[in-house]
Design a protein around this ligand. Structure first.
Ligand code: SAM
Length: 221
C-alpha cells in the first residue's frame, strides 16, 4: 500500500472500527494487508477508505468496512478453516478472508462481477480464493462441508442448504430479515442443533436465488 493509503486506513481503523467494537487483532491485520482501493471503481479510489459501501456496477456494492469488520470478527475464522462466502461482489471480503482462513470459496451470481473479481484476485496474488459463478443461496455442494460460511447479501431466512453445508462446530454469519432491513445473525452448529444469535441491524443488497429472494426483488441497499 502507498504511504497515503496507509494513513487513511489507519484513520479508518482508529475512528470507525475500534470505537465500534472491531478489535480482533487478526481482523485488523487483514484490513491492513488488503488494499481496498484495488477493489473499488477507478473514480472511487480516493474514497476507498471511507466507512461506506460503494457502488461496484450492476447495482451492487462493496460493503461498508465497519460491517465487514463486525462480520469477520463474528466468523472467527482461522488457518484451519474452509470458508464459503456468498456474494463475491468486488472480491474484497474474499481477499480479507484469505488472510484469515485456510481456503476460501466465494460465489457470485452476476457473471461479469464473478469474472472481474476472479481476475482481480488472481492479479493481486490471492491464490487461496476460488470464485464460482452461480446461485450461492444453495451453497456449493462439491466442496461441502464448510467450517465457516459468510453471506454478504440479505437473506429472508437462514438458507436451508447453507445450513446443511455447515460442518459440526461450524459458524455461519448472515444478514437475515426483510428487503429493507436485516439483523446480523450468527448461527453455530452443534450436532443437529443450530443456535442463532442476533447481533445489530444492517442493510444489504438482496440474496437473489432459489433459497433467497426472487429475481424481481432486486433493489439497491
Ligand atoms: N463481499 C462483497 C465485496 O467484498 O465486494 C460485497 C458483496 S455485495 C454487498 C453482495 C453481492 O451478492 C452482490 O455482488 C450480488 O450480486 C451477490 N449475490 C446476490 N445474490 C447472490 C446469490 N444467490 N449467489 C451469489 N451471489 C449473490
Amino acid at each position: 500500500m502507498t504511504a497515503q493509503a496507509d494513513s487513511v486506513l489507519a484513520n479508518l481503523i482508529r475512528t470507525e472500527l475500534l470505537p465500534r467494537g472491531v478489535t480482533d487483532p487478526r481482523v485488523l491485520a487483514a484490513f491492513r494487508a488488503v488494499p481496498r482501493q484495488a477493489f473499488v471503481l477507478p473514480e472511487d479510489t480516493s474514497r476507498a477508505y471511507e466507512n461506506r459501501a460503494l457502488a461496484i456496477g450492476r447495482g451492487q456494492t462493496i460493503s461498508q468496512p465497519l460491517m465487514i469488520g463486525l462480520m469477520l470478527q463474528a466468523l472467527r475464522a482461522g488457518a484451519e478453516d474452509t470458508v464459503l462466502e456468498v456474494g463475491t461482489g468486488s472480491g474484497y471480503q474474499a481477499a480479507l478472508l484469505s488472510e484469515l482462513a485456510g481456503s476460501v470459496i466465494t460465489m457470485e451470481r452476476i457473471p461479469e462481477l464473478a469474472i472481474d473479481a476472479s481476475t482481480r484476485l488472481a492479479s493481486l496474488g490471492y491464490d487461496r480464493v476460488t470464485v464460482i459463478e452461480g446461485d450461492g443461496s444453495c451453497g456449493y455442494a462439491p466442496e461441502a462441508p464448510y467450517s465457516r460460511i459468510i453471506v454478504s447479501c440479505a437473506a429472508p431466512a437462514l438458507p436451508a442448504r447453507l445450513v446443511e453445508q455447515l460442518s459440526d462446530g461450524g459458524i455461519m454469519v448472515a444478514p437475515v430479515g426483510t428487503l429493507s432491513e436485516q439483523t446480523l445473525t450468527v448461527a453455530t452448529r452443534a450436532g443437529d442443533e443450530i443456535r442463532q444469535e442476533r447481533r445489530g441491524g444492517c442493510v444489504f443488497v438482496p440474496l437473489v436465488g432459489k433459497d433467497g429472494w426472487p429475481d424481481t426483488a432486486e433493489e439497491p441497499g
